[in-house]
Structures are given as structure tokens and as C-alpha cells.
Design a binder for this molecule. Structure first.
Ligand code: SAH
Length: 225
């Protein structure tokens, strides 16, 4: 089963972008997932191909029009399409590894990338869009956020990650941040690899990693505990 991503954007040239390389790029070529970037402007109806207008009530910036966006969404995702419709938005629910896993287990996603001040609220309601945020900061557009979301999803698709085990031991998968990593050389600028890691005692190593994980999470992300 192929994960099908349809991205609605004013900048289709931004896709696949970084996702055309490395793991995601190889998976795209192999057909593990597919990506179509749809130009929202193609659904404008006037001579100037207008997609935005001034905000009702006044104020700075422009707002993306509900009628144009609805046409684009209905084209990308006709009735009966089982894929969730996402709107990248700083007002959305913060993206979590749990939601990423759910998306990766599904048929794909239709992703609307905002620009300017955002999109007309009536579009969000009328098309049942799920607002998703990638963090408490403001990007200039939804495209980098969509790339972030798709990167996180695609690496979980069957066959994409070489070593499937490494996915399960990652930060957040067990509700904790991951322990520190080390590799050769044994000594770097006077710093040694922690003794326990070269002891060969797997039980002790697992206990050390668990303890480091808990310590780090307590220090940096107590909200996760
Ligand atoms: N005026 C809006 C911000 C608009 S930023 C506000 O204050 O809430 C323009 C577009 O960038 C948004 O429509 C959204 O699609 C995208 N964007 C910006 N920050 C984002 C974030 N943290 N997560 C997801 N999308 C974001």
C-alpha cells in the first residue's frame, strides 16, 4: 500500500525538496509513497489568478480565500477520499510522534500550506481541516512545516528505515528523550567513552541508558514525565 500525499501550495517547486534525497527520496522513487504538489493558483477564477484578499475587519496582511481553496481541496480530495485533510497552522495541535505514527499507518494525507496571514476560517470548518502545528514559532508559510511532517511520517513507512529497531528506541517513542550516543575513537580531546558502554555487559548498558534517558528528560522536558 502506497502512502499518498497531496500538498496544496502556492510554491509547488518546494516539493519534494529535501524529501527527494536520502531515505525519503529513495522511498519516493521505489513507490513506497507518492507526492503530488498542487498549485492553488490554478483554481483561481479571475484574470489575475487571485488567491487572497484583504482581511474582513481590517488590519495588516492578506487572507487566503475560502472559495479558491475549496476548489483546490475538492480537486485533490474528492468526496470519499479516506485521507485526513490537514492544515499546517501555528494555531494547530502540536505534532507528536503518536500522531505521526497514526498518519503513517493510514492511506496518506492532504496537506494545505498557508501563506500570508492564514486562511479564511469558513474553509477550515466547511472542509473539516485538522490544524497541525510544528512548534511555537511562526514560519513564513506552511511548506516547510509540511516537509517536516512528511519527513517524520515517511521514515516510518514499511521498508524505509534500514534498521527498524532504531525507530523504536528513538526519543518520544517510549515517552522519554533518548540517551547520549558515542562511537570511536575511544578517546576524543581527553574525553573517554563512558566505561559501562565498553564493558560488554548488556544488562548494565541497558540500565545505564535508561537512567541517562530519565535524567535527561527530567532536566530538559519534565512535561513528558
Ligand atoms: N497570522 C498567523 C501566522 C501566519 S504564518 C498567526 O499568527 O497565527 C503563514 C502560514 O505559515 C500559516 O498559514 C501556516 O500555514 C504556516 N505556519 C507558520 N507557522 C507555522 C507553524 N508553527 N506550524 C505549522 N504551520 C505554520
Amino acid at each position: 500500500m502506497t502512502f499518498k500525499a497531496s500538498v496544496l501550495t502556492l510554491y509547488p517547486e518546494m516539493f519534494p525538496g529535501a524529501l527527494g534525497l536520502s531515505l525519503a527520496g529513495r522511498a519516493l522513487e521505489a513507490g513506497t509513497w507518492s507526492l503530488e504538489a498542487i498549485q492553488i493558483r490554478d483554481f483561481a477564477t479571475d484574470r489575475h489568478r487571485t488567491v487572497d484578499d484583504t482581511p474582513a475587519g481590517g488590519g495588516a496582511g492578506m487572507v487566503m480565500r475560502a472559495d479558491v481553496l475549496a476548489k483546490a481541496i475538492d480537486h485533490a480530495s474528492p468526496e470519499g477520499d479516506a485521507r485526513p485533510r490537514l492544515l499546517m497552522s501555528p494555531r494547530g495541535k502540536p505534532l507528536t510522534q503518536a500522531r505521526v505514527r497514526e498518519l503513517a499507518a493510514g492511506p496518506g494525507a492532504v496537506i494545505l500550506c498557508g501563506r500570508f496571514e492564514g486562511v479564511d476560517q469558513r474553509l477550515i470548518e466547511a472542509r473539516g481541516l485538522e490544524e497541525v502545528s510544528v512548534g511555537d514559532f511562526i514560519l513564513s508559510g506552511g511548506e516547510p512545516a509540511a516537509l517536516v511532517l512528511l519527513d517524520a511520517v515517511v521514515r516510518l513507512l514499511p521498508g524505509v528505515m534500514g534498521n527498524a529497531v532504531s525507530g523504536e528506541e528513538e526519543s518520544f517513542e517510549n515517552g522519554l528523550l533518548e540517551h547520549p550516543h558515542y562511537t570511536r575513537p575511544q578517546e576524543f580531546e581527553g574525553r573517554e567513552i563512558p566505561e559501562v558502554l565498553i564493558s560488554g555487559n548488556h544488562k548494565k548498558i541497558a540500565a545505564w541508558r535508561r537512567a541517562e534517558s530519565e535524567k535527561l528528560t527530567k532536566e530538559r522536558r519534565p512535561d513528558l514525565l
